[in-house]
Design a protein around this ligand. Sequence first.
Ligand SMILES: Cc1cc2nc3c(=O)[nH]c(=O)nc-3n(C[C@H](O)[C@H](O)[C@H](O)COP(=O)(O)O)c2cc1C
Length: 162
Amino acid sequence: MRILVSTASKHGSTAEIGREIAGVLTEAGLEVDVVAPDGVKSLDGYDAVVLGSAIYVGQWLAPARDLVERLADELTARPVWLFSSGPIGDPPKPEEDPDEIAELLEITHARAHVTFAGKVDRSELGLGEKVIVAAVRTPEGDFRPWADVRAWATGIAEALRA
Ligand SMILES: Cc1cc2nc3c(=O)[nH]c(=O)nc-3n(C[C@H](O)[C@H](O)[C@H](O)COP(=O)(O)O)c2cc1C
């Protein structure tokens, strides 16, 4: 079985979640390709897809949304899992998923969507990003829940083996 893991990420922390998921799937004996969304031209040869994105201002990043639009028919033809990363803090906020997640689930017929907390390192942000983060008083830190990420990926491997 060959699985595509594709993750849209601006500052790298969501891409690291994607690579962690890929690592768990590989350990489970699946063949895994990690390709950024812009580089995915077709899903030929893939038995399943894990697609993720960081959330910025209530939306998935454009490369991940574009992949869904571009390859909608191919996505519906195979098992798909979606994940988002974004909420910051302890407890992570915002608590609600962006509205577009329901639409992405409908288009892709994904089996599931999960949101993992994210990471903010102010030193990596552009000026506009710093202004937004200060305006909404986002705390700084790495809140990514690695055990949850690995457990979610293990569930995908089990579902594919079944
Ligand atoms: C300018 C800005 C806007 C953000 N907006 C949201 C948001 O609307 N919802 C959310 O859950 N997280 C939001 N975040 C948090 C990011 O999604 C989080 O930092 C994520 O881990 C970044 O992933 P990346 O390193 O892959 O780009 C925002 C972060 C920044 C810097």
